[in-house]
Structure formats: C-alpha cells, structure tokens
Design a protein around this ligand. Structure first.
Ligand code: HEC
Length: 153
C-alpha cells in the first residue's frame, strides 16, 4: 500500500505540472484578452504605425463641416487649425455649444480618439452631428492626418 502511494504521489504532481504548463504555455496572452474582455488596442501603438494618407480619405467625412488650414473658414463646424493641444471651443469667430465651451477638454490624441469614436457619448449635448468612427485603426489614421494638417507638434 505504502509502496503504491509513493509512486502515485509524484505521478500526480507531475500530472498537475503538465496541466499547468499546458494552460499557461499555449500562447494565450495574459491580461484582458485572457479574461475574455476585448483586447484593448493601445492608441499610442496604433499612432506609431498610423498612415496619414489613409486619414486623408477618412477626413472626407469631416470636410463639409471643417477646414484645417491656417485662417481657414469656419463652416458648420469650426476651423481646426492649431486645435490639438488646445482647450476645446477656441476657434476664433465660431459659436460653440455650451457643452463644448464648458467641457474643460484639452485636445490630446486620447481625447480626440474618444470624441471621434462617438461624439454624442463623449460629450452629450454637443452640436457636432456625426455618428462616429468605430475602428480604432481608422481613428488613429485620421488623428495622424489631423496632426499633420493642423500645424500640431
Ligand atoms: C455635420 C457637420 C460636422 C461633421 C460631419 C463633423 N463635425 Fe466636427 N464639429 C462640428 C460642429 C458643429 C462642432 C462644434 C460642436 C459644438 O459646439 O457643440 C464640431 C467640433 C469639432 C471639434 C472640436 C473643435 C474645437 O475647437 O474644440 C473637433 C476636433 C472636430 N469637430 C473634429 C471633427 C472630425 C475629425 C470630423 C470627421 C470625422 C468631424 N469633426 C465631423 C460639425 C461637424
């Protein structure tokens, strides 16, 4: 009896070890993905490889309402020259909603990313009639284009 236990105990331990290795070693990434949450694509990572030329095409959705060049006209939406890094609601001569002027937002890439995903959720009560851009890669490409075209550094 004792002899048999001596054999079984190490065998069990070995079995457990193999199971543990199989679970941890099958290439499943640790973190949010492993818990079933959507894998969060990191904005900075996406921006590092973003393509402003693709962003230019995406900007066709914005062009009816926004100009980008220095001294460009305010249209339905404000001229966006120099807006990155600045407080929201400061384009000269444009009449913003209170939602924007009272928001306290400073236009970082992160804030812009959230805004572009769904403006109505990010800042309820704002007057930008735009449904949003779902794909994080698209938003990063558009942000790269806006950085290039609005004189941001
Ligand atoms: C139908 C017109 C319209 C479209 C399309 C539109 N916008 Fe706007 N946008 C506005 C208006 C109006 C405001 C001001 C909102 C307010 O005051 O509530 C605004 C505000 C903004 C602001 C804040 C500017 C500031 O000075 O704080 C940014 C940034 C912006 N839009 C970017 C974009 C981008 C990028 C797109 C395309 C993906 C886009 N918008 C599409 C009308 C539009």
């Amino acid at each position: 009896m004792l002899k048999r236990l001596r054999f079984i105990a190490p065998a069990l331990t070995l079995g457990l070890l193999i199971t543990a290795c199989a679970e941890g070693g099958d290439g499943a990434p640790a973190g949010p993905a492993a818990t079933g949450a959507a894998p969060a694509a990191d904005l900075q990572t996406l921006l590092a490889t973003a393509d402003p030329e693709k962003g230019k095409v995406l900007f066709l959705q914005c062009r009816a309402c926004h100009s980008l060049e220095s001294g460009g006209a305010n249209k339905v939406g404000p001229n966006l020259h120099g807006f990155l890094g600045r407080k929201a609601g400061l384009a000269p001569g444009f009449s913003y909603s209170e939602a924007v002027t009272q928001s306290g937002i400073v236009w970082s890439a992160e804030a812009l990313d959230h805004w572009l995903e769904r403006p109505s959720d990010f800042l309820p009560g704002n007057r930008m009639v735009f449904v949003g851009i779902r794909k994080p890669e698209d938003r990063a490409n558009l942000i790269a284009y806006l950085k290039r075209e609005t004189g941001a550094q």
